[in-house]
Design a protein around this ligand. Sequence first.
Ligand code: 13P
Length: 250
Amino acid sequence: MSSGDTRCLVAGNWKMNGLLDEAMSYVNELRENPAPEYVEVAIMPPYTLLHPMNKPLSDKDVRLGAQSMYFEEKGAFTGSIAPMMLRDAGCHYVILGHSERRDIIHESNALILKKLHASWRVGLEPILCIGEHLEEREAGKTNDVLKDQLSILEGIEGNKALTVAYEPVWAIGTGVTASPEQVVETHAFVHEELTRLGLDCRVLYGGSVNPGNARALMGSEGVEGALVGGASLKADSFMQIVEAAANAVS
Ligand code: 13P
């Protein structure tokens, strides 16, 4: 495992949600529930909440991450955030290649590769998101799409900190999760591809994970954690998912 942490990871991607007051109440609620030993917990709030959440989360052994970043070190890039700024704010993780950024902001594989290198330069652990659209799955092209998205890892040394998240685009924010068979089959393919590339890292599942389906998903072969969107916005449901993951791995 190249990430250094072999525990299963449950990470909450808040996307463009969260104001300071809500975030502080959330952290207080999290602090009331001890994190289970075999599950690593992380939160990726919007940039504005990174600094204020850093200390209270690290006291609780919850890791902090960002949802994106630019690859340049610093300079005239209005509106962008630099890798070192995320380290400075206490981030351990950065999500790269999320489908919302690939689709809405048109981030390419080439740009994502630059960001991967930039994250490693400053000691951030990237969570590389991959996933197919519904039309691609229906056309039997899932593996080709994933292979192409993973191809940027060709030639990367196996000791780099890295986590991959398989998030079928059709399952994101839709309430539809991939079936257990689809999850097992696709995670097996992703692991196989990673092995071919000389990499051995955790592969998370993302897409409509909730307290009701987390246990089954987390217990599926080849799934080493979850990247949770909507259901991570309330501390209560997020902690239930963490608990379900703990039950699935214990
Ligand atoms: P939902 O859990 O809201 O489907 O979002 C998943 C996701 O995109 C996490 O990165």
